[in-house]
Each structure stands twice: as structure tokens, then as C-alpha cells.
Design a protein around this ligand. Structure first.
Ligand code: APR
Length: 162
């Protein structure tokens, strides 16, 4: 099932949460900052061992002090107007994160709205891309949570899910 919630993703009791990271895996603001704060310093140490992550790809670490067992770090595209392959890269973030999760026997997974904050991706288009991918993977998971950080985002996803 696909569930839409308005919540701080670091509080969710799921097998894996997905982080909207940067290609250096260096931590940052937004959800990346929140996840690193909640997971504790061991997360940065684990990320430092991975040597970065290309845009559109995903890597996995432990969750450390988080309720979630795993953190899947994916790097969304920076929105530059839609002519630089942003849509395919964003879709790839959702799909490769799902594939990586399945390879680690993840049954419940939560996603933030990747690229729609600092990276400026238009929210409605990003939501459509996310749902296109997650609908395909839905049968392989017990639960997929879309974790929104505002009522407006939650309403947007719920309207697209109906
Ligand atoms: N829980 C869930 N969602 C959150 C949280 C949180 N605690 N904090 C922020 N968000 C939401 C934002 O409101 C936005 O909808 O996550 C979505 C993604 O926004 P960003 O975190 O800004 O991520 P993104 O747009 O992908 O930019 C990534 O920002 O933090 C840096 O290091 C990161 O360079 C990378 C860039």
C-alpha cells in the first residue's frame, strides 16, 4: 500500500527511510540535515566511507540512532528548467532506491519529496514522477510511506493518489 503522511521522516518506524542527499554525501540542511542530526555522528562516518553518489543513484547505510534500520541516500537532480534530463534523474532516484531496498529485504520504506526543497523541483511534477515509480513497486513492499513536511504537500500527493 502507499500511504501519505505529514511527519518528520526521522520519527518513522519503518525498515528504511530515504534521504535527499547531495552527491558528496556530506550532509546538509533540509531532510539531509534532519536525518544526520537524528542518526548521530556515525552516519556521517559511514557516508564518508562511500565515496559519494552520482545524481539519480542511491547508496545505503545503517540508521544508527534512528528508529529505521537503514538509510538509503539518493541524490536528486537540481531543477534547471526541465531541459537537462531532470525528470529521468528524479524517476531514477525513486526506482533505484526501491531496488536497493528490495536487495536488503526492506518491507516498509519512507520517502521524502526528493529535490523539491533546496533543489527547486516543481512539486506537482515531482509528485507525479514519484507516484509513477512507486505505483510500480507497490506490490513488492508491505508499505510505502510518502512523508510530506507540509499540509500542502500531503494534500498534493493525496489528490494525485485518488
Ligand atoms: N522530514 C520529511 N521531509 C522533510 C524534512 C523532514 N524532517 N525536512 C525537510 N523535508 C522536506 C522538504 O520540505 C522538501 O519537501 O524534504 C523535501 C526535500 O527538500 P530538501 O531536504 O531541501 O532536499 P532537496 O530539495 O532534494 O535538496 C537536497 O539539500 O539538504 C541539502 O545536502 C542536501 O544538497 C542536498 C540538497
Amino acid at each position: 500500500m502507499i500511504q501519505v503522511v505529514r511527519e518528520d521522516i526521522t520519527r518513522l518506524h519503518v525498515d528504511a527511510i530515504v534521504n535527499a542527499a547531495n552527491s558528496r554525501l556530506s550532509g546538509g540542511g533540509g531532510v539531509d540535515g534532519a536525518i544526520h542530526r537524528a542518526a548521530g555522528p556515525r552516519l556521517a562516518a559511514a557516508c564518508g566511507q562511500l565515496g559519494g553518489c552520482p545524481t539519480g543513484q542511491a547508496v545505503i547505510t545503517g540508521g544508527f540512532d534512528l528508529p529505521a534500520r537503514w538509510v538509503i541516500h539518493t541524490v536528486g537532480p537540481v531543477w534547471t528548467g526541465g531541459q537537462a534530463g531532470e525528470a529521468d534523474l528524479l524517476a531514477s532516484c525513486y526506482c533505484t532506491s526501491c531496488q536497493l531496498a528490495l536487495a536488503h529485504d526492506v518491507r516498509t520504506i519512507a520517502f521524502p519529496a526528493i529535490s523539491t526543497g533546496v533543489y527547486g523541483y516543481p512539486k506537482a511534477e515531482a509528485a507525479r514522477i514519484a507516484l509513477n515509480c512507486l505505483r510500480d513497486y507497490q506490490p513488492k513492499f508491505e508499505r510505502i510511506v510518502i512523508c510530506c513536511f507540509s499540509d500542502a504537500d500531503r494534500d498534493l500527493y493525496e489528490s494525485l493518489l485518488d
